[in-house]
Design a protein around this ligand. Sequence first.
Ligand code: PLP
Length: 401
Amino acid sequence: MTLTLAARMGRIKPSPTTAASARASALIAQGQDILALTTGEPDFDTPSHIQEAALEAMRAGQTRYTAVDGTVALKTAIQAKFARENNLNYALNQIIAGTGAKQVIFNALMATIGAGDEVIIPTPSWVSYPDIVKLAGGTPVFVECPAADGFMPTAATLAPLITPRTKAIMLNAPGNPSGGLFSRDELQALGEMLADRPDILVITDDIYEHIRFTDAPFLTLAEVCPELKEQVLTVNGVSKSFAMTGWRIGYGAGPAPLIAAMKTLQGQSTTNPNAIAQAAAVAALNGPLDCVEMQRQAFQRRRDAAVAHLSKVEGLEVTSPQGAFYLFLGLHGVIGKTTPQGDTLHSDGDVVEYLLTQGGVALVAGAGFGLSPYMRLSFALADDALAEACLRIERALADLS
Ligand code: PLP
């Protein structure tokens, strides 16, 4: 048989972050000494009270299908989380749980985007947004957000891109890879920009909400601009906050008709998210937050150490992130240099390749996030490994001429 793939497969590619991690793992498996700074997940274990809740659920027979959009217990915990932490009140039919925030975003875009629809994606952005839009048949419209703006979109940068075909806008704070946050004023300005476009869906991806390094309270668009609540899907999940990436539980809250469509789509694909993981997520959302704070402090300590070290490295531009666990490092001062092997570094992909093969550190090129020349460094690894990785980057870049 000659296998012919669907045309839609030609529109998407494997995730660059997953590909970079896989490449690093393959080299490590071959015995090479590589420190992977590619990972998009906390390096901590899921807190024990959450693990216990899963064991209990399993033993209590919670091992069957649940409601497609999540158990009442989970949806009630999500409802309480939004009310408690974000001043957002949703009815249960405005909430859906899915297999990770990724599935929630996927379902929202598949349910709303079709041929000819434009989705504005500020870059640098999480690698999956553009590909999901393309899979849905839509057109991603990119807008570059410079380091001077903290790599974050503003009403001024977005407004010129809005056309009659604009169907959705993706927002993400704390941002991956930028670590950027929105201020109240910035969110209000975005709200004013959308005042006469109630047909545009705004998807706010708040998955890194609890990993922030500022005392300012976390703000999300639906909270700051309640008048937009019927056009905002607020997405969140337990993956990053509770070190639960493998459990695959994310959730979203927004207009009831959108949630209903997402539920139909989910019911015809994966059905409910894993029942045991749902019980674990209930324990995470309803339980104590000291484990979250412990992880947050570790990330802040690592951020400070990596920023202090790399700021002294010639050629690198370092912006200290306000949240998440990534540094998005500027490479304008490195591009054009020559390696000891005689190769010229033309792109961020070349720099990342050089650091991987000659420096013993794996990072992800900015091109994958839609902004070059940059590279993303994940500081979700042990302090001593991070210190060694920074030293390797410093030495490898010092070898360039
Ligand atoms: N959104 C952003 C910005 C992410 O970085 C990630 C994971 O890397 C996700 C969503 C997906 O999270 P989940 O594990 O809940 O699917």
